[in-house]
Design a protein around this ligand. Structure first.
Ligand SMILES: [Zn+2]
Length: 398
């Protein structure tokens, strides 16, 4: 449904800044901002009218199945869990109920719902010449282990399979590591920040000690300013989150959506959702950045899939299609292909991944030029593998 221009300018006011300005008076005419304990909320009805989309709110404690979702926007009362366009997504703040109305935080309308529902309208979205692929871990940092192998090797293999796919689409590809060596997290971010019109895609596999049956994909982008991360347990309205945000978080959300819908659409793993975190690589990158967790090494069936090179090739192909969809957003001016579309498509034509292994080198010459050779020298291992806690939080079992 086309939106009147007036709406768009109001939207710019609402989304442009969370600071209170005189423009809020105009916004109030379209967006009925409701104050609850000093925080700004918008009603679900208001959101539904604005987007011209049906919105469903299910009772607190109800399970929503993303695969069965026939509503573009589905929320759970009292929860941060949502399904947006058929993929699970996590709000920063829970949906609250007041005077018979369901309310969603203004932060989430601006920072979660808008870039997921209309990623094609995000400023500068899809501007990408270089894809910086970041295979997680390396060298002494093995990442997580399964009986079949180490996360660092699986992640590197996916990146190597993905590189020629992206190059074939005319994209420049830089790998933060090309072999089994350790690259500090800040160097990985620096590589992305030094490349022109780059996006950063960090590839990892998941693990948990809490639940041997935990499975599925999840993708992270940087937590917005003033908001808690998805894994933060306490999200009381009065909690204050002072950490800085990112100037490109809307682009990162759009990138998350494009990659996640493709990966979930092509590989039928459990949908854990589009999440937020303050992992170092997401915090330190100044360009659109995501970190994808491609299944659990601690779960029997999924660890076996991950050890299969054909499955990893399919995964690389799906990430590649997601990146291509991100690049196409400003051209097509419409939302990316969604999980349900991919699943329909997949029945007739499965992903053909171009499997073409990259050669193992110490480090790409252009990288050395970019960040200097000393950056790649192995860091002495001074502590226990507690690194993980800074890079990856415990998974949330929905
Ligand atoms: Zn990892």
């Amino acid at each position: 449904m086309p939106l009147p221009t007036k709406c768009c300018s109001v939207l710019a006011c609402l989304f442009g800044s969370l600071a209170l300005t005189s423009s809020i008076a105009i916004a109030a005419a379209e967006w009925q901002v409701i104050k609850v304990s000093g925080h700004d909320y918008l009603s679900v009805d208001n959101i539904s009218k604005f987007y011209g989309l049906p919105v469903e709110v299910v009772p607190s404690g109800a399970k929503i199945q993303s695969e069965a979702a026939d509503h573009p926007l589905e929320f759970v009362s009292g929860s941060r869990e949502a399904v947006i366009n058929g993929a699970r997504s996590w709000l920063c703040f829970p949906v609250i109920e007041q005077d018979g109305k369901f309310l969603i935080s203004r932060t989430d309308v601006a920072k979660t719902i808008e870039p997921l529902v209309r990623p094609h309208r995000v400023a500068d979205v899809g501007k990408v010449q270089t894809v910086v692929l970041d295979p997680g871990h390396g060298g002494h940092d093995k990442g997580q282990m399964s009986r079949y192998g180490a996360e660092k090797d699986f992640a590197l293999d996916v990146a190597r399979k993905l590189r020629p796919i992206l190059q074939a689409k005319g994209l420049r590809v830089i790998m933060t590591r090309e072999g089994d060596y350790f690259v500090p997290l800040e160097v990985r971010a620096k590589i992305a920040n030094s490349a022109r019109d780059s996006i950063f895609v960090s590839i990892h596999f998941n693990a948990t000690n809490d639940d041997p049956n935990a499975t599925g994909f999840e993708i992270f982008s940087f937590t917005p300013r003033g908001a808690p991360s998805t894994s933060d347990a306490t999200v009381g309205a009065n909690s204050v989150y002072m950490q800085p945000g990112s100037s490109v978080d809307a682009q990162s959300m759009a990138l998350s959506a494009c990659i996640y819908h493709s990966v979930l659409g092509h590989l039928r793993e459990y949908d854990r959702g589009i999440k937020r975190a303050r992992f170092a690589v997401l915090r330190l990158t100044k360009v659109p950045a995501v970190l994808i967790e491609c299944g659990f090494l601690t779960e029997r069936g999924e660890s076996k899939l991950i050890s299969n090179k054909d499955w990893r090739a399919k995964l690389a192909g799906a990430i590649g299609i997601g990146i291509e969809n991100y690049r196409a957003l400003p051209v097509k001016k419409q939302p990316p292909t969604l999980v349900a579309d991919y699943r329909r498509e997949a029945k007739s034509s499965p992903v053909d991944a171009v499997i073409q292994e990259g050669t193992v080198k110490e480090a790409d010459a252009s990288l050395l030029e970019l960040v200097g050779r000393s950056a790649f020298l192995a860091q002495p291992q001074t502590s226990t593998p507690a690194k993980r806690s800074s890079l990856e939080s415990a998974p949330i079992i929905p």
